[in-house]
Ligand binder design. Structure first.
Ligand SMILES: NC(=O)c1ccc[n+]([C@@H]2O[C@H](COP(=O)([O-])OP(=O)(O)OC[C@H]3O[C@@H](n4cnc5c(N)ncnc54)[C@H](OP(=O)(O)O)[C@@H]3O)[C@@H](O)[C@H]2O)c1
Length: 262
């Protein structure tokens, strides 16, 4: 299948590692030029080298996406270095876990500034470029916690439910402009974040992190956690021209863990 994105300009946030890095590489494999955004410049440069090795152009922007200034700088740098973005993969997220009864307000506020407001701000900055092109794709990486809140996951859960709502609202606003806005809700995925979450539990329970992560995977119907490349392949399809009639949807990639009917 030809995904039809050769030469298109994509912004991937949180592209220095994990799911974002995998998305950037998969988009480059399909011929898209990629603007990589995160804070760690050294890691961004490593991913940029991987993108260029695949024959695509790459730009890097070191920016804090929890601020409007960081989001604005990222989009402006993309336009200046690669051209107007018509693909946006919103992925940068970093929420603290902690009990709702004692969690500092800043933990929820920080998660919302980066992931909820960050995704919406990046979308609002990119959409005028997509409208001018008559074509655009926004893929929001949310997470299953958005629809399964618990006493220990409020920051990530609230950020993700915000993203799910914004996906639907933005989709309604821009579908007629040729812009498709969709969300992926990954389950536990093999990244630094997953290892950090596993580590916290491993320390609490006096066990090894590998053992805890493997146990989390075994608890899913699929029997394992996801690899970032698996999420990236679905993101790249949703970001492509081959995806032409999926609007305001959410793809759950959780190995079958979600208990709701589809
Ligand atoms: N891994 C999972 O199990 C899982 C499950 C469900 C949903 N998700 C979601 O998937 C997305 C990616 O997760 P991941 O596991 O790949 O995470 P990760 O390995 O921790 O990577 C997070 C990325 O976000 C960037 N980032 C963090 N804070 C930032 C900030 N203030 N400004 C700009 N960039 C920032 C990081 O780069 P710098 O530190 O260099 O800035 C990094 O590139 C997140 O939205 C997460 O909630 C992950």
């Amino acid at each position: 299948m030809d995904l039809g994105i050769r030469g298109k300009v994509a912004i991937v946030t949180g592209a220095s590692r994990g799911i974002g890095r995998a998305c950037a590489i998969e988009l480059a494999r399909e011929g898209a030029d990629v603007c990589l955004v995160a804070r760690d410049e050294r890691l961004l440069n490593k991913v940029a080298a991987e993108v260029r090795a695949l024959g695509s152009r790459a730009a890097t922007v070191s920016a804090d996406l929890s601020t409007i200034e960081g989001c604005t700088a990222a989009v402006e740098a993309c336009v200046a270095q690669l051209g107007a973005p018509t693909i946006l993969v919103n992925n940068a997220g970093a929420a603290t876990m902690g009990p709702i009864l004692s969690l500092p307000e800043s933990a929820i506020e920080d998660a919302l500034q980066l992931k909820a407001w960050g995704y919406l701000r990046m979308s609002r900055l990119c959409i005028p470029h997509m409208q001018a092109n008559g074509w655009g794709r926004i893929v929001n990486i949310a997470g299953g916690a958005g629809t399964s809140p618990s006493a220990g996951n409020m920051p990530t859960s609230l950020a993700n439910i915000f993203v799910l709502n914004v996906t639907r609202a933005l989709s309604d606003a821009v579908s007629k402009d040729g812009i498709l806005v969709n969300t992926i809700c990954p389950g536990m995925t093999n990244t630094d974040r997953a290892r950090d979450l596993g580590m916290a539990r491993a320390q609490r329970e006096g066990r090894g992190v590998e053992e805890v992560v493997a146990e989390m995977g075994k608890a899913t119907p699929a029997g394992r956690i996801a690899e970032p490349e698996e999420v990236a392949r679905v993101a790249t399809f949703l970001a492509s021209d081959a995806c032409s009639y999926v609007h305001g949807s959410s793809v759950y990639m959780d190995g079958g863990s979600r208990r709701a009917t589809p």
